[in-house]
Ligand binder design. Structure first.
Ligand SMILES: Cc1cc2nc3c(=O)[nH]c(=O)nc-3n(C[C@H](O)[C@H](O)[C@H](O)COP(=O)(O)O)c2cc1C
Length: 262
């Protein structure tokens, strides 16, 4: 599948086949994809713990909860707890030295000296603030996005789930205090159709993107939209006419109670 189609066809898959196990190698491939994502200052603060539902200690599996559509965690053969290791920035100098040696950062004679004497003090001065929520979350997001696309390419369904129970999960998984839980990502084989009801709604392009200043909508070329539609990045918008029937079927097949929201 071409990249544009992968980006367009990926959906949050809330209905997973609870009985079909996920191959550990496929989870490894998700981790491999996340590892090579871009990240600020080469610090690489994104970390993940894969929890295999049927193998993990009971208290670990039970600690994984999300208040919104949290039933998904019970369905998922695997949940990945993605977290940010704030201590990663403590060794940032080493990582920058590596970048420099690799020829990715700096040029010309004296670049090492400039890095030690000028660049490092800048990072040193902002170290504490870089541990606070912000930039770190952005590069973690990039890694999670790559893992998500890898999973999709491997035929897996995933859904990211926010949780306010980060502290409890952190303790139950035995993680140090320097770790900040980001989200839980369910992983499994989809029980719903690949279309998953069609492409999900988005805000209008014009409301989101600007040109040369705030408030001047970035011009959206219909030709580009048509091209991306031909490339399958844009697909039939949700809901597809049979989606409600599919949802009823899934609820019965998976024996799900309630309305699926909480
Ligand atoms: C950071 C993040 C947190 C999310 N949290 C939840 C959640 O708690 N429960 C849920 O059902 N979906 C959650 N989602 C999935 C979004 O609802 C979903 O991505 C959005 O509706 C767009 O649909 P799509 O991913 O299929 O394009 C989350 C997604 C992200 C990126």
């Amino acid at each position: 599948m071409e990249l544009r189609e992968v980006m367009g066809r990926r959906r949050s898959i809330r209905f997973l086949n609870p009985h079909k196990p996920v191959e550990p190698e496929k989870v490894q491939m998700m981790f491999e994809a996340s590892r090579i994502a871009s990240h600020w200052g080469n610090v690489q603060s994104l970390r993940g713990i894969a929890v295999f539902r049927d193998e993990a200690p009971k208290e670990v599996a039970e600690a994984l909860t999300s208040p919104i559509a949290g039933y998904q965690i019970h369905l998922a053969p695997v949940s990945i707890v993605w977290f940010l290791e704030t201590a990663a920035v403590d060794v940032q100098s080493d990582r920058l030295r590596e970048l420099c040696k690799a020829g990715a950062l700096g040029f010309g004679e004296g670049k090492e000296k400039a890095m030690e004497e000028q660049l490092f003090p800048i990072f040193e001065a902002i170290r504490d603030s870089t541990k606070a929520p912000g930039l770190g979350e952005v590069d973690c997001g990039q890694g999670i996005a790559q893992a998500t696309l890898m999973a999709f390419e491997l035929g897996l369904g995933t859904c990211c789930l926010g949780t306010p129970h980060g502290e409890e999960i952190r303790k139950n998984l035995g993680m140090p205090e320097s770790c900040r839980i980001l989200l839980i990502q369910t992983v499994g084989y989809p029980a719903e159709s690949p279309e998953a009801g069609g492409q999900r709604p988005r805000l209008p392009f014009e409301n989101l993107f600007h040109l040369n200043g705030y408030g001047n909508a970035y011009p959206r070329s219909q030709e580009v939209v048509d091209q991306l539609t031909r490339d399958e990045m844009f697909q039939t918008p949700a809901p597809l006419p049979w989606r409600e029937a599919e949802l009823e079927y899934l609820q019965r097949a998976l024996d799900l109670k309630g309305n699926g929201l909480l």
